[in-house]
Design a protein around this ligand. Structure first.
Ligand SMILES: Nc1nc2c(ncn2[C@@H]2O[C@H](COP(=O)(O)OP(=O)(O)O)[C@@H](O)[C@H]2O)c(=O)[nH]1
Ligand SMILES: [Mg+2]
Ligand SMILES: [Zn+2]
Length: 302
């Protein structure tokens, strides 16, 4: 049987990009329009964009999805299977950097078991005296995240970003206007995604009915054309899980005096100590406490 990856689902059809191996689809070959076997429906299984599948060709040049290979990951927003990488896109200006939102994304990504790349955009807007790029790189690299500085206008960082996306299914996340579409356009000349359009109320409605599609980069990588994690709430994360999602807390949390320490007021808390000694950044700790409050608040109300 043939193997491929579903890059688009529309009106009961699945568009399968043939693969040479799992993870290295041959992007020169166009997708095969497939129906799914009736058995999936009976079992309540919906093939997702990103699914690696086995399929057969039918006489009319179309195909049939016969089998869905086990999923490594499954995202809900956007509905994409087997994504391994989230690219967190932030500009420092226009719009202003929102470090709290970055930390929030990182929590969700840790929880979803994805890898993250932080992509700082619009480098061309920075003036020489602005050392925030350097500060952010230092902080997040010290925690263990990869940071890539880009300017899609000047082409900065494009090769590095593209290399990082090779052979992976990725989802871009970030506020409107930070330059996500511009990055994709710069990575893939000819793509021509719309840029600079601020989504309004109408646009939002349009968004929810949109179908997700994977854009093949010609290096075995695929990028979701719909930004991820649009509504970030903490309902699905447990209070105890939160501190685990702050990677750099893990090595200290085990040493806290009390089991179930929330690292907020308890005596003998090693996380607080690490923060006071400068081994955990003040901003990260502050966001942890803010998210904890937000979570408790939400859980009280639901
Ligand atoms: N100066 C500068 N502007 C950029 C850059 N990338 C995108 N922009 C501008 O930022 C605005 C939003 O970009 P867009 O790609 O639509 O952002 P998205 O909403 O995240 O998809 C547009 O006006 C772009 O022209 C960049 O590298 N430098
Ligand atoms: Mg866009
Ligand atoms: Zn503690």
């Amino acid at each position: 049987m043939l193997e491929g990856v579903i890059i688009k689902a529309l009106s009961g059809y699945y568009y399968v990009k043939p693969a040479l191996d799992r993870g290295t689809p041959d992007t020169d070959v166009s997708a095969v329009q497939c129906r799914a076997r009736g058995i999936f429906k009976k079992r309540g299984i919906t093939p997702l964009v990103g699914d690696y599948v086995k399929y057969t060709l039918t006489e009319n040049g179309e195909g049939t999805v016969e089998e869905i290979l086990p999923r490594d990951t499954e995202l809900i927003r956007p509905p994409v299977a087997n994504a391994h990488l989230a690219v967190l896109v932030f500009s420092l200006k226009e719009p202003e950097m929102n470090v709290q939102l970055l930390d929030k994304f990182l929590v969700h990504i840790e929880q979803a078991g994805l890898q993250a790349v932080i992509c700082l955009t619009k480098m061309d807007l920075a003036d020489e005296s602005d050392d925030r790029y350097a500060q952010l790189v230092r902080l997040y690299e010290s925690i263990g995240y990869e940071v890539i500085i880009t300017s899609s206008r000047q082409g900065t960082g494009m090769d590095r970003l593209k290399q990082r996306l090779a052979g992976e299914i990725s989802v871009f996340s970030g506020q409107s206007g930070v330059g996500k579409s511009s990055l994709l356009n710069a990575l893939l000349p000819g793509l021509e995604l719309e840029t600079g359009i601020i989504s309004m109320k109408l646009g939002r409605g349009k968004h929810t009915t949109r179908h997700v599609e994977l854009i093949p980069l010609n290096n075995g990588g695929f990028v979701s054309d719909t930004p991820g994690f649009s509504q970030l709430d903490f309902l699905e994360i447990g209070v105890e899980e939160l501190s685990d999602c702050f990677r750099e807390f893990r090595e200290y949390a085990g040493g806290c005096k009390f089991r179930g320490c929330t690292h907020t007021h308890e005596p003998g808390c090693e996380v607080i100590r690490a923060k006071e000694e400068g081994r955990i950044a003040e901003s990260r700790y502050t966001h942890y406490v803010q998210f904890l409050e937000e979570m408790k608040d939400k859980k009280r109300r639901y």
